[in-house]
Design a protein around this ligand. Structure first.
Ligand code: CP
Ligand code: NVA
Length: 308
């Protein structure tokens, strides 16, 4: 595993092994601390967009394991503007041992990995959010067990980057993936095609719906995300008119399985896509989910660095 750009780039076995490692590293961390497996390694973190969780959890993941991290802001790097991506990748490869990038265009993180001599991790692009998907899967197996084949994961809202990685990790795990989104905000057909290939191997079933009520029937997981992703800000007013029927509220949650968990990658726009009542209610796992970014990413870092 040189890079971690998409969950669909890896086999189902590799994804499950990564989750096993995340469980192990999480246990080790809470039992007194991680071993210094990243000693002498620095992670360069390229951000074209804002971040709380991704930035802090990657930085802490490196520090907990004896390494270090360096934040590179959009102004400093000017990815593809001040300097070509190919040149940036080759220069940074001589300074740091690993890179993480949050980009707008997915092709930019792919290009970075193509030219970089050191491993590259995708910290979110307009297409997907694979590190989030791994933390989501870790949260789901903590609740339902590793042997959770046949679980129904229902996503309600905008079929965005987070939804793509959730669909792909669901396929890898053999979970059924259902999505309800408004017309005009459908899942990227290429992502569905890629997911279908995995789903055929693992027995996962995809269902694409318009009605959120139909989507949550029997759901073990209800997942939602912002109606307007970073980079789509000028569409906010139009989206706020279309998405309200897709709000995850107590009524909708009451229509799912009685043990359903409610997930959100955060940041949440409270009382838009997710009500306060649900976000802070008994079904919500949004904070343990956010904390799992740390543990899932330690496993990704360790695998691409070849130290575990
Ligand atoms: N979920 C997530 O990636 O959060 P940030 O944008 O704060 O990193
Ligand atoms: N879909 C959101 C996720 C933020 C973590 C965005 O891309 O802005």
């Amino acid at each position: 595993m040189k890079d971690f750009i998409a969950i669909s780039d890896h086999t189902s076995g590799e994804i499950k092994n990564l989750l096993d490692l995340a469980v192990e590293l999480k246990k080790e961390y809470f039992a007194g601390g991680n071993k210094p497996i990243f000693e002498g390694k620095v992670l360069g973190m390229i951000f074209q967009k804002p971040s709380l969780r991704t930035r802090v959890s990657f930085d802490m993941a490196m520090r907990h394991c004896g390494g270090d991290a360096l934040y590179l802001s959009p102004n400093e790097i000017g990815l593809g503007k001040r300097e070509s991506i190919a040149d940036i990748a080759r220069v940074l490869s001589g300074y740091v041992q690993i890179l993480m990038a949050r980009t707008f265009d997915h092709a930019h993180v792919v290009e970075l990995a193509k030219w970089s001599d050191v491993p590259v991790i995708n910290g979110l692009s307009d297409y997907n959010h694979p590190c989030q998907g791994m933390a989501d899967a870790l949260t789901i197996i903590e609740k339902f067990g590793v042997d959770s084949k046949g679980l129904t994961v229902s996503y309600v809202g905008d079929a965005n980057n987070v939804a793509v990685s959730l669909m792909h990790v669901a396929a890898q795990m053999g979970w059924n993936f259902t999505i309800a989104n408004p017309e005009g905000y459908d899942m990227d057909p290429k992502a569905v095609e890629i997911g279908d290939v995995i789903a055929k191997k693992t027995g996962s079933k995809f269902t694409f719906l318009r009605d959120p009520h139909d989507a949550v029937k029997g759901a073990h997981v209800i997942y939602t995300d912002t109606w307007t992703s970073m980079g789509q800000e000028e569409e906010t007013a139009r989206r706020e008119k279309v998405f309200p029927p897709y709000q995850v509220n107590a009524k909708l949650v009451g229509e799912a399985d009685k043990d359903v968990i409610v997930m959100h990658c955060l940041p949440a726009h409270r009382n838009q896509e997710l009500t306060d009542e649900v976000a802070d209610g008994s079904h919500s796992v949004i904070f343990p989910q956010a904390h799992n970014r740390l543990h899932a990413q330690k496993a990704i870092l360790a695998r691409v660095l070849g130290v575990a």
